[in-house]
Design a protein around this ligand. Structure first.
Ligand SMILES: [Zn+2]
Length: 303
């Protein structure tokens, strides 16, 4: 049923590690926290769709470009008769509704009305589908998943699903009559093939290897105050979490690859990156056992 599961975006993954390895400029840190919050909201919504037992396809995190316009859809549900594009918002706090913006109560903070965003992506999705000869009805929703969100003076608008209505919304979806056919599978495959993996919205600060903090951080609390025991276990001084050296090194190698896809992974580089592992031999052994090595001796690197 999940034809396209949700994954942490490359952008969020990079910002997560930069956040602990450097001092992010204020605007990038804010952007990072927004992405993190958005992702948490999506996870809340995914817990709901995971309960659906009706015959539907679920596609998450779609990004399309059509007529030179880029639009994203957090979750798209394909049922027998209808396509449901769904926006997921994890706003928290008390807001006043306004057709243009949502205004935070007792502050000047504003967010653009997400119904406009929904309207835009529905128009673009409709044109995109029409272009491919698909005329199935579209019904879009903005869902507010945070239980701490209140929207004063909200109009009666059936496209907005407020936190208190989420379970009912899910129930209604679950109870609709739906029987998928090969046509629906073709539609889902088409949408997945049109998905753009490189989002043009990606915004990353400049960073370089030399300036990033080296070392292995705790898998649970991200602290760098970890101790290595007998070159086998990593123990966090702060939260006492324990991790195998092997998996900690491989986790940090993945991070290095995500941050610097063009840098060659040599034993020396990984040894420096992981820092707390004193023995270079240990690093070499882990790399040889888990990655493919190219070249010999001092020219060897891993892929
Ligand atoms: Zn920890």
């Amino acid at each position: 049923m999940y034809l396209k599961p949700r994954a942490v975006s490359n952008e969020l993954e990079i910002l997560r590690s930069l956040n602990i390895r450097m001092n992010l400029p204020a605007k990038d840190r804010k952007h990072y926290l927004n992405l993190e919050k958005g992702y948490q909201g999506e996870a809340i919504f995914d817990q709901l769709t995971a309960k659906l037992q009706c015959d539907v396809y679920i596609l998450n995190d779609l990004c399309f470009e059509f007529n030179r316009s880029v639009f994203q859809i957090d979750t798209l549900i394909i049922s027998q008769n209808t396509i449901f594009p769904i926006e997921i918002k994890n706003y928290e706090g008390d807001y006043h509704y306004d057709p243009e913006v949502f205004r935070r109560v007792s502050s000047n903070y504003e967010i653009t009305n997400p119904l406009d965003q929904l309207k835009r992506s529905m128009t673009l999705l409709r044109s995109l589908l029409k272009f491919h000869g698909i005329h199935q009805p579209i019904e879009g929703y903005v869902t507010f998943v945070n239980p701490e969100f209140t929207l004063y003076q909200a109009p009666l608008n059936t496209s907005m699903i407020l936190p208190t209505q989420l379970n009912r919304f899910n129930k209604t979806l679950n109870e609709m009559t739906s029987k998928l056919s090969n046509q629906h599978k073709k539609l889902a495959d088409l949408l997945i093939s049109l998905h753009q993996t490189e989002s043009p919205y990606t915004r990353l600060p400049t960073y370089n290897y030399e300036h990033l903090k080296k070392g292995i951080s705790c898998i649970s609390c991200y602290s760098y105050e970890v101790a290595v025991i007998a070159e086998k276990k990593i123990v966090c001084d702060k939260c006492s979490c324990v991790e195998d050296v092997n998996s900690a090194v491989l986790r940090n190698v993945e991070e290095l690859k995500t941050l610097f896809p063009d840098k060659k992974l040599t034993t020396t580089r990984v040894h420096e990156w992981c820092k707390v592992i004193k023995s270079k031999k240990t690093i070499r052994r882990i790399l040889i056992q888990n990655l493919r090595s190219v070249g010999e001796s001092h020219l060897r690197y891993f892929v």
